[in-house]
Design a protein around this ligand. Sequence first.
Ligand code: FES
Length: 147
Amino acid sequence: MLWHFTWFIVPLSTMKRNRISSFTGIFLSLIFTASLHLSCTKVNQPTVDFTIDLNGAGGAVLNTKGGYVYDNGVIIARTTTGAYIAVTQICTHDGSTVIFQGPQNVFYCQSDYSQYATSGAVVAGPATKNLKSYNTSVSGNTLRVWG
Ligand code: FES
């Protein structure tokens, strides 16, 4: 976010009122472009290996198709077809937490409306980088998430 305010650092006294040098314009454009790029690259996509008790308080919601929970920086969801899927919970655009929209089978960011497929692939921006996808497997009432 600091990059968004870099233009304040340029002292106004160094600018001529009627003529801003082309160097300054190019410099500010580069700063703005860099800030947009950085907002898509600063997301933590952790390596994890954990289990969820599907009969426990935290995991029972996954017994419902369309349900989802957060654990270890990962959002774990149950699709409309009954599959368990998991991706990193942090939107790659600017770091908000995504939700799962069960009826549409998409991960969705309420901040700027990016959408991701169940694989974590970007469906609609402004995000340009995919969410990291994790492996899932079920043994009895235990769901394992790793990757
Ligand atoms: S934080 Fe901007 S779309 Fe998610």
